[in-house]
Design a protein around this ligand. Structure first.
Ligand code: ZN
Length: 86
């Protein structure tokens, strides 16, 4: 007998991967829609990761306010990449 799965989703990424992807998600760097969907699906049923996201969102908001130039540099980079791919 092997271990029993608690979660009903066979493709659930699990807490470890959710935490790993948290920052990419917050920074808008999770470019794969599949990865975003899997991440959000995990948060749908995982309270622990959801609270973690809320905490990190609040922190990111705080950091963004105190470092506006860094945030806009990231946006510029993304716009440039978008323009390059046209
Ligand atoms: Zn989780």
């Amino acid at each position: 007998m092997t271990e029993h799965e608690h979660e009903s989703h066979p493709d659930d990424i699990g807490c470890l991967e959710a935490i790993n992807g948290l920052y990419a998600y917050l920074d808008g760097e999770m470019n794969d829609p599949e990865a975003v969907a899997r991440f959000e699906r995990h948060l749908d049923h995982c309270r622990a990761c959801y609270s973690r996201l809320e905490l990190e969102t609040a922190l990111a908001e705080h950091i963004r306010k105190s470092a506006k130039s860094r945030a806009s540099a990231g946006l510029h980079g993304r716009l440039r990449r978008l323009i390059d791919s046209l």
